[in-house]
Design a protein around this ligand. Structure first.
Ligand code: UDP
Ligand code: MG
Length: 337
């Protein structure tokens, strides 16, 4: 990279009911910006917060340069908020990070340095000193390993969405139109020159997690189903195994009855065998159904998110999207509030 070129880097930060975090977050970003020589801009995506997040961001960044705020019409989810932020990013690189400062700004600085050495994706790898609740850490640990075994992409272990992506990757990423984007998997899938940097992940600074168990589980399922069809193949293999097994069982029954002449007892075991196979059938019907539901979601082709309002701290006219979803930012037309 030429030394006289001063790049612009956007921080993309999804916000969902983060009112406690806003003052500290903005002051930390301001401190970070004053330390960096690059132009640092910020894209906040308010993912349908029901608290004062939107108003607070506006009040606290008014008059400061380089803050953009996109407000969703309702909660569309963290992954969609990231996608919207990336779509609106015009900078040379973007860094996706959480609002709760669990993705430290000094690590973002290291990511920028690594990017300048010629990498397209610099992702944060959480090392073992991470200060996250033990239960969450364990499930995440095993989930990442299960994902790697099942999926067809080489997603790095112990890496969340905290990462820097170059302009090339931003452009490529914006071509995805998935209804349930699994951002970290999609970015791995894209290829380019990727590298991980290790960091200690601190605990959430203020407020509570916005990822309760049900949401976390749904997210994990979305990740697996979008990157692996192996659960379906498992159904085929298990089905074959059981079919051959029962054929062998049948032969054994005939042999004991006609050749050995021993009576067959125990219909109780029969009924449990029936339940067992009923259960297996339901399980795989469910797995097939999960994939069918995803296909149905894609086929409907609904807008992926809907924007209620867009706001800019430097007082530029607000922009309202006319056609929301995939290509909203190209089609947005300016209005004068
Ligand atoms: N978030 C979001 N939409 C949601 C849930 C979370 O935009 O539906 C944001 C949240 O504001 C934060 C980031 O996603 O910036 C990560 O959430 P959180 O820190 O609560 O997750 P955890 O670190 O506990 O996994
Ligand atoms: Mg967090």
């Amino acid at each position: 990279m030429a030394s006289d070129f001063n790049p612009t880097v956007s921080l993309i930060i999804p916000l969902f009911n983060e009112e406690e975090m806003i003052p500290l977050l903005i002051s930390s970003i301001e401190a970070f910006r004053s330390e960096r020589k690059e132009n640092i801009e910020v894209i906040f995506v308010d993912d349908g917060s029901s608290d004062k997040t939107f108003d607070l961001v506006r009040a606290q960044t008014q008059g400061l340069a380089g803050y953009q705020l996109i407000q969703f019409s309702r909660n569309f989810g963290h992954q969609m908020a990231i996608s919207a932020g990336v779509q609106s990013c015009k900078s040379d690189a973007a860094i996706v990070m959480d609002a709760d400062l669990q993705d430290p700004l000094d690590v973002a600085g290291r990511m920028i340095e690594t990017w300048k050495q010629g990498y397209d994706v610099v992702y944060g790898v959480r090392n073992s000193r991470a200060k996250v609740p033990a239960s969450q850490r364990l499930t995440a640990h095993w989930y990442y390993r299960l994902f790697t075994r099942l999926s067809d992409v080489d997603a790095p272990l112990d890496a969340g969405d905290f990462r820097l992506i170059s302009r090339n990757v931003i452009e490529a990423f914006n071509q995805f139109t998935e209804q349930q984007p699994y951002v970290r998997g999609l970015i791995s899938w894209l290829g380019f020159k990727q590298i991980g940097i290790e960091y200690d992940r601190p605990g959430r600074v203020l407020g509570k997690t916005k990822y309760p168990f049900a949401k976390r589980f749904q997210f994990a399922m979305a990740g697996l189903t979008s990157f692996s069809s192996r659960p379906l193949k498992l159904a085929v293999n298990l089905g074959l195994l059981i079919a051959f097994g029962s054929l062998a069982g049948l032969i054994w029954v005939l042999v004991t009855k006609y050749l050995l002449g021993t009576a067959i007892t125990g219909w109780a075991s029969l009924i449990f065998a029936a339940f067992f196979f009923g259960g297996i059938q339901l399980l795989f019907l469910g797995i097939v159904g999960t994939y069918v539901a995803r296909v149905y979601d894609e086929v409907k082709g609904r807008p992926r998110f809907v924007i209620r309002e867009m706001w800019n701290s430097s007082g530029k006219p607000a922009v309202l999207g006319s056609n929301h979803g995939n290509r909203v930012f190209e089609q947005a037309k300016p209005t004068s509030e």
